[in-house]
Design a protein around this ligand. Structure first.
Ligand code: AOF
Ligand code: ZN
Length: 362
């Protein structure tokens, strides 16, 4: 590996990021073709069903014969399977590529090293692992779904300086600044699903869509609703895009008005009378949801604290005080000793307008 290898792979990662808001449920992948120390073509994966990054780069060559003996830098192992498109490893072999530098192996069991093997067998010089951490960062949801059958889950919280999320009367709009709320829209836009609880729907009637001024694949809205209290006239049901309700109620009288309003209803098992959260997230992964963005209240977030399902908590802190009568972030039974406190780790902190954004994990 040379320093120019790292430079070309960094460029391929930048290209992969072009697909951040559109490739779902596919991974974001970039590709650079280099010959004689010059970039001769660049490509990326834009959308599931469309060309993979390698095919996009090959198609952009001024002349196909240029590929002879060129080096391909790809942020994900070239695929070896026939999916919506043909295998990229075959395309690279047929094009006469001499060397392939890959950032990470494809965790998809359909590929999982077969692409690398096939290219080596064809006499191509293949290496894997350059800037792997950066490549993994870009596809955390895809990787987690492939490896564990669960989505990558982030929960967003917003609170005052004194840890409050709403007044005692329920009023919560708005604690954080418009800049923080725009920041949230960006996270929504790169997520496969936005998840909330039915109490939030009943209290706020939210839209749960990504309001940004560029093209995105809109996330699916998901409402966790153990007893099907979701109103059939909820605003989100009149907006473009899909709304799914996950419930443990099999009551047809409650299900049919929601179905008529365009909702998809999924039934999962229950734990202490509520939707089994692990089952709900497993179901989402089975439906190709890579990343989940949760915007919910203290009850659901309190329940999530009892699980290991949340990978990251994003906590916006506004510089204001709401007083000790106002509501807190998490609902759970009173702790009897400090030993029972729920620990977190701070991973990052950043100022967003007048607010702070803290990134935490358990
Ligand atoms: C690549 N290059 O740019 C991408 C790859 O349904 P398909 O045919 O689009 O295949 C999707 C699978 O292909 C996906 O699950 C992942 O394993 C791989 N994605 N592979 O060589 C690409 N996007
Ligand atoms: Zn491919």
């Amino acid at each position: 590996m040379s320093s120019s290898d790292a430079r070309y792979m960094a460029r391929a990662l930048t290209l992969a990021r072009n697909g951040l808001y559109t490739t779902d449920p596919n991974p974001r992948v970039g590709c650079v073709l280099v010959k004689g120390g010059e970039i001769i073509a660049e490509g990326w994966h834009a959308q599931a069903g469309q060309a993979h990054a390698e095919i996009d780069a090959l198609a952009k060559l001024a002349d196909q014969s240029l590929a002879q003996g060129a080096t391909a830098y790809v942020t994900l192992e070239p695929c070896s399977h026939h999916g919506r498109t043909g295998p990229c490893c075959d395309a690279l072999i047929q094009a006469g590529i001499g060397r392939v530098v890959v950032a990470m192996q494809d965790p998809n069991p359909l590929v999982a090293g077969n692409g690398l093997k096939k290219m080596r067998a064809a006499g191509i010089e293949v290496s894997c692992g350059l800037l792997q951490t950066d490549a993994e960062q870009l596809n955390r949801g895809f990787i987690k779904r492939m490896v564990s059958g669960l989505p990558y889950v982030r929960s967003k919280l917003a609170m005052s300086l004194d840890g409050r999320t709403a007044l005692a009367n329920g009023e919560s709009q708005w604690i954080t600044s418009s800049q923080a709320r725009q920041d949230v829209q960006m996270f929504r836009a790169e997520s496969s699903a936005i998840v909330t609880g039915v109490d939030t729907v009943l209290a706020d009637d939210p839209s749960l869509n990504a309001r940004v001024d560029f093209t995105v694949k809109q996330p699916v809205r998901v409402v966790l609703d153990s007893n099907l209290r979701m109103p059939a006239n909820a605003k989100m049901l009149r907006l473009p895009g899909e709304t799914w309700v996950i419930t443990c109620s099999d009551d047809p009288a409650k299900q049919s008005p929601l179905r008529d309003a365009g909702c998809k209803i999924w039934q999962v098992g229950s734990r202490t009378g509520r939707v089994d959260l692990r089952e709900a997230f497993r179901l989402l992964a089975q439906q190709q949801i890579n990343t989940v963005w949760i915007e919910a209240g203290a009850a659901l977030n309190g329940a999530l604290l009892e699980t290991e399902l949340v990978d990251e908590w994003l906590l916006y802190v506004a510089p204001c005080a709401l007083g000790d009568q106002a509501r807190g972030l998490f609902q759970f039974p009173e702790l009897q000793s400090m030993e029972a406190k729920k620990p977190f780790k701070f991973n990052a902190v950043r100022q967003v307008g007048p607010d702070l954004r803290l990134t935490l994990s358990r």
